[in-house]
Design a protein around this ligand. Structure first.
Ligand code: SF4
Length: 439
């Protein structure tokens, strides 16, 4: 089956992953791209199935003309290697092992080109490795130049599945929260200029105005947008720019609002916009003692103020937050405070995660909590949240929490999860506000 690039570009991020990885029925697609190079990109493809959407949409998808055909490692002149390197877990050892293994399997003088986050492994590799290149940022475009194949990274990508326009205005984060991969992993920080964003929005307005209906702003740290190019946090200007388009009816921020960096100007801008729809900002934990220990940078009082003002300024807004259980030195008193905070800020949904420790994190000086105490904290937390009084139905998602062996605790979770259905009533309300699609 032959499919052209434009047909493929309307796929959802999940389907793009399948195509890139040649999985689940996508093995027989012929893309019709030709180039003279013998390239192997098998490891890149296997590893990117767990990469974040940004990498898939901004860079990997644009590399399709180069990586659609893969030669066996022993025959290839070039091996393109990529890995997400660290998400909840640090894969540094695995990345090192894979690259050093590839170096043994390749034919003499074949080049290994390491792209993206996997470049973090550079100082840990065997220093005698030869014929190895590292393209850390803008790697799709650098590969394009290297092989003379036109490839351009895209920071505006419409998601056909979700019906929203993804925009990645900034990459990277300058903070180093003690529990985050940021504390040991480098990702170059770079914002898109406001003029570029405006030009792109104007293009959509002119050519596909229906795609502007719902904007999804995405970034690891959106609150730091603009610091590198304007020496200030320019998120308020970005929100005002988006607000100025009548074609834009809803703005969602699924990731990237650090409460400690939501200054009054940013908070005013978020509250003044009447287009804010889904907004995520993570409290992580509930006591000022633990917030300081993990280096999150905000206080619970500020978290309460941020949620209160967002809710008061826009009653239709949907607010979401993450919490981590099992943090170092966490006690049952911290759990009580956390449950109280959740009931006070009243998010529409709550993601419960288990803290995972990595030896490279600053928090690794503390002992890791046993599974038994963690399960006790989880059970207590869910009970305290359930017992609290709230005006807004709460959806609790424990997908990211590993299943407990003790079935009693799982029942505990199921009871709280029953409340999640209410969430969708709010969503229906927004569907009425969002304009119908008109392609
Ligand atoms: S602000 Fe977010 S991305 Fe940045 S270090 Fe903290 S948790 Fe990590």
């Amino acid at each position: 089956m032959k499919i052209n690039y434009n047909q493929l570009s309307v796929l959802s991020p999940e389907d793009k992953r399948r195509v890139l990885c040649r999985r689940e029925g996508h093995q027989n697609i012929e893309f019709g791209f030709e180039h003279p190079y013998k390239i192997n990109s098998d490891f890149l493809k296997f590893n990117l199935i767990y990469e974040c959407d940004r990498e898939i949409e901004v860079s990997y998808w644009q590399m399709l003309p180069l990586i659609n055909k893969s030669f066996p490692i022993e025959e290839a002149d070039y091996i393109i290697y990529g890995h997400f390197y660290a998400r909840f877990h640090n894969f540094q050892d695995e990345v090192k092992r894979q690259i050093e293994e590839l170096a043994k399997l390749r034919k003499p003088e074949a080049k290994i080109i390491v792209v993206g986050k996997a470049c973090n492994v550079m100082p840990h590799l065997d220093p005698n490795l030869e014929d190895i290149l590292f393209f850390e940022s803008h790697y799709a475009e650098k590969l394009g130049e290297y092989f003379n194949v036109p490839m351009k990274e895209e920071y505006f990508v419409f998601d056909n599945d979700k019906d929203w326009l993804n925009i990645w205005p900034v990459d990277g984060c300058l903070r180093k929260c003690g529990f985050c991969r940021r504390s040991y992993m480098h990702i170059p920080f770079e914002s898109l200029p406001l003029e570029y964003i405006k030009d792109m929005l104007d293009w959509y307005k002119e050519n596909n105005p229906w795609m502007l209906n719902h904007i999804m702003l995405r970034a690891e740290n959106l609150t730091e947008y603009g610091i590198d190019i304007y020496s200030r946090q320019a998120l308020p200007e970005l929100i005002k720019l988006l607000d100025s388009y009548t074609e834009i009816n809803a703005i969602s921020i699924m990731i990237g609002l650090a409460i400690c960096e939501i200054n009054d100007e940013i908070l005013d801008a978020l509250c003044s916009s009447k287009k804010m729809y889904n907004v995520y900002t993570n409290i992580e934990t509930g006591s000022n003692r633990l917030l300081e220990l993990i280096g999150k940078g905000h206080t619970k009082e500020r978290a309460i103020e941020v949620f209160r003002r967002l809710r008061e300024s826009n009653p239709n807004i949907l607010l979401h937050t993450n919490v981590m259980l099992g943090l170092p030195t966490e006690t049952i008193a911290d759990i009580v405070e956390l449950a109280d905070l959740v009931n006070q800020i009243e998010p529409n949904s709550l993601y419960v995660l288990k803290y995972r420790q990595d030896p490279l994190q600053p928090l690794a000086i503390y002992p890791y909590m046993s599974d038994e105490i963690w399960a006790y904290h989880l059970k207590s937390f869910l009970r305290f949240v359930r017992q609290g009084k709230r005006n807004i139905p709460l959806r609790i998602d424990t997908i990211k929490v590993p299943q407990l062996k003790n079935r009693k605790y799982n029942r505990e979770m199921a009871i709280v999860q029953k409340e999640r259905e209410y969430h969708y009533e709010d969503r229906d309300l927004w569907q009425k506000i969002l304009l119908p699609r008109n392609k």
